[in-house]
Design a protein around this ligand. Structure first.
Ligand SMILES: Cc1cc2nc3c(=O)[nH]c(=O)nc-3n(C[C@H](O)[C@H](O)[C@H](O)COP(=O)(O)O)c2cc1C
Length: 336
């Protein structure tokens, strides 16, 4: 079965992409991910805070030793390999890109406008095939208006895009005041792909210790519904490619995402839960499903369940009203 996929100009063997996770920390791990059969690997993120920390460290060394023996940056103490600074990330990226053909997408993660965005260029120089910009920003500033946040995110994207010639994707949260408008505006700014959506991590509370607990759970298949709905809505109204992310448990979620028009489908939880061998099963199941439907390639199904251009804007309202009216009738089957 021909599963080849174009994702923001990159030719992938198939549409399943490993999204950023702890499985992409080392060269060996990334090699293993690529060997598992995924079409591309997005590395774990390099965080704005890591970059700023390193930049501040260099600035303070320069300040303290400017007039002594230090003549160039090469005299700086070496960043140890396990340091949280950006150099080990770039070294790993460079090594893996020189070793394998699978496209490697580097991930930059930040929420303010700053010099850290210049690291996009270092990622390109290290051999990345593309950049995924993760705009993770839980809103804690009560004075910040929705329009300010949007403008900030557009400005961050523009700064990154200006640095590089490789494709740039943005990984968005679903929590914008007018999500589809934000998607449309990123598209107008020339984003190469939209990664929909980031998963917010909220802490829990330990009732014994009366403490706030940082928590990270793997996703489940019900979480596909929001990205599915939004991708179906925007697919035919934007040029940018779309990577669906969140909630893949089995091939069913992958097929659903392709049906609403995703170019690629990303997965982390399924691989963490089932191991790297699971990628082969997902690919085999996808080929078998396509074959059973008489399809020759992904274009036979991609986007067939997205909203045609010119669909009525109140479609979602109708769906909501109809669903609630049905649910308000007794008896309703609550088995889901
Ligand atoms: C342990 C763990 C680490 C993650 N690290 C990152 C990261 O560094 N950068 C990022 O953009 N997303 C990160 N993610 C989010 C995943 O890339 C993905 O978007 C999310 O888990 C939803 O996909 P899934 O439902 O297939 O797990 C991480 C997720 C997990 C579970």
């Amino acid at each position: 079965m021909n599963l080849t996929t174009n994702y923001m100009g990159l030719q992938l063997q198939n549409p399943i992409v490993a999204s950023p996770s702890p499985l992409s920390q080392t060269v060996d791990q990334i090699q293993a991910l690529a060997d598992s059969g995924v079409g591309a690997v997005v590395l774990h993120s390099l965080f704005e805070e890591q970059i700023n920390h390193e930049e501040n460290r260099k600035a303070s060394i320069l300040e303290n030793y400017a007039e002594s023996f230090l003549e160039s940056l090469s005299y700086f103490p070496q960043t140890p390999l396990d340091s949280p600074g950006p150099l080990p990330y770039l070294r790993t990226l460079e090594l893996i890109c020189s070793k394998i053909d699978t496209p490697i997408i580097a991930s930059l993660n930040g929420s303010t406008l700053g010099s850290w965005v210049a690291y996009a260029k270092n990622m390109q120089d290290a051999g990345a095939s593309g950049i995924e910009l993760n705009l993770y920003q839980p809103i804690s500033d009560l004075e910040m208006a929705g329009t300010d946040i949007e403008q900030l995110h557009f400005d961050i994207f523009r700064s990154v895009k200006k640095e590089v010639s490789i494709p740039v994707a943005v990984k968005l949260s679903p929590m914008y005041t007018s999500l589809s408008n934000v998607i449309k505006r990123f598209d107008s700014l020339g984003v190469d792909a939209l990664v929909l959506f980031n998963r917010y991590l909220y802490p829990d509370i330990d009732l014994n210790m009366l403490e706030v607990l940082p928590t990270i759970n793997l996703s489940d298949k019900r979480e596909v519904r929001l990205p599915l709905a939004v991708i179906a809505l925007v697919r035919n109204q934007i040029k940018a490619h779309i990577a669906a992310t969140t909630g893949v448990e089995s091939v069913d979620e992958i097929i659903k995402y392709l049906l609403v028009g995703a170019n690629t489908v990303m997965t982390t939880s399924a691989i963490l839960r089932n191991g790297l061998g699971y990628v082969t099963k997902l690919l085999d199941d996808l080929s078998a499903w396509l074959q059973s439907r008489g399809c020759n390639n992904l274009d036979d199904i991609r986007g067939t369940l997205s909203y045609p251009l010119g669909s009525r804007h109140d479609y979602y309202r109708f769906g909501y009203v109809e669903t609630l009216q049905k649910a308000n009738q007794n008896p309703y089957d609550w088995n889901d």
